[in-house]
Design a protein around this ligand. Structure first.
Ligand code: ZN
Length: 277
């Protein structure tokens, strides 16, 4: 299934795509697509009986009420090289504030005082079951599905202001998630998906999740050794080469530009970059 959330920000309703790609309203089945309703939807198979949603509503983040937004850094060997860092021997784990979460096509408002806002297309993993201390097999079964994430950053705040990366990763709007949560049964191999990102039509990132150092099930197992994961937690699994910081000289986002990104089978996002307001 391709699950999504549609409607005004903060008042999104649950939806699902039908076989023809049309949007259907899931409101009569679950109140929202969140950690607590993902399990109920696992067996749902009456999509064609749901009412159609007219028009083209705004699309929200594909999962609501996210408890943890965990990110993995330097998880593509060639991206690590691009940033001048060694390939990590263990996953590099950091957090992004959940207040950064936004819809896949919402405007990216540059945060006041920002100068080095950068892009990162990433495969998102959505947890579907409580998991702790899990082996890889159990971890794989705990994955509800996958989605597209743009892990936006303010590089000066991330790298030039001391402390942890979280400061540069957490501004409002720095976490577009969606359009769809594609359930795991529809993603036979999450480590074989093409992913790409363009700014104003110029392709900066173009790779495959096959290049990941640590694959999704391993990451879930690894994280579960240190903390329990709950349904609705999201893990952003790292980005391939081609970020703005890696350009020579570096390039960063400016108001008026348009970002497009996508992952094979998981849909596309488009964000217009607008000045601080
Ligand atoms: Zn990232």
């Amino acid at each position: 299934m391709k699950l999504l959330r549609w409607g005004e920000r903060g008042r999104e309703k649950p939806g699902v795509l039908d076989a023809a790609g049309g949007l259907r309203d899931l409101s009569a089945v679950v109140p929202d697509i969140t950690g607590s309703t993902l399990a109920e939807l696992r067996e749902f198979d009456a999509i064609e009986r749901l009412p159609r949603v007219p028009g083209e509503p705004r699309i929200g983040a594909c999962v609501g009420g996210i408890g943890k937004f965990i990110c993995i850094g330097l998880n593509y060997a060639d991206h690590a090289a691009e940033t001048g860092q060694p390939i990590p021997t263990e996953p590099v784990v950091f957090f992004k504030a959940t207040s950064a979460v936004t819809g896949p096509n919402d405007d990216l408002v540059l945060p006041p005082g920002s100068q080095k806002v950068d892009w990162e297309v990433e495969l998102g993993v959505v947890i579907g079951r409580h998991v702790v201390g899990a082996d890889e097999h159990t971890a794989r079964a705990a994955i509800a599905g996958y989605c597209v994430i743009n892990d936006l950053s303010e590089r000066a705040w991330q790298l030039e202001r001391g402390g942890q990366w979280v400061k540069g990763k957490s501004a409002d709007g720095f976490g577009p998630i969606g359009p769809w949560l594609v359930t795991a049964d529809n993603v036979p191999d999450p480590a074989a998906l093409r992913l790409w990102l363009e700014i104003d039509g110029r392709r900066f990132q173009d790779s495959s999740t096959a290049q990941m150092v640590f694959k999704p099930a391993y990451l879930v197992s690894y994280l579960s050794q240190f903390m329990s994961l709950q349904p609705g937690d999201v893990i952003s699994t790292g980005t391939p080469p081609g970020v703005g910081l890696g350009q020579k000289p570096p390039v960063y986002l400016r108001a008026g530009q348009q970002i497009r990104l996508g992952i094979e089978g998981l849909g596309e996002q488009t964000q217009r970059v607008v000045a601080s307001r």
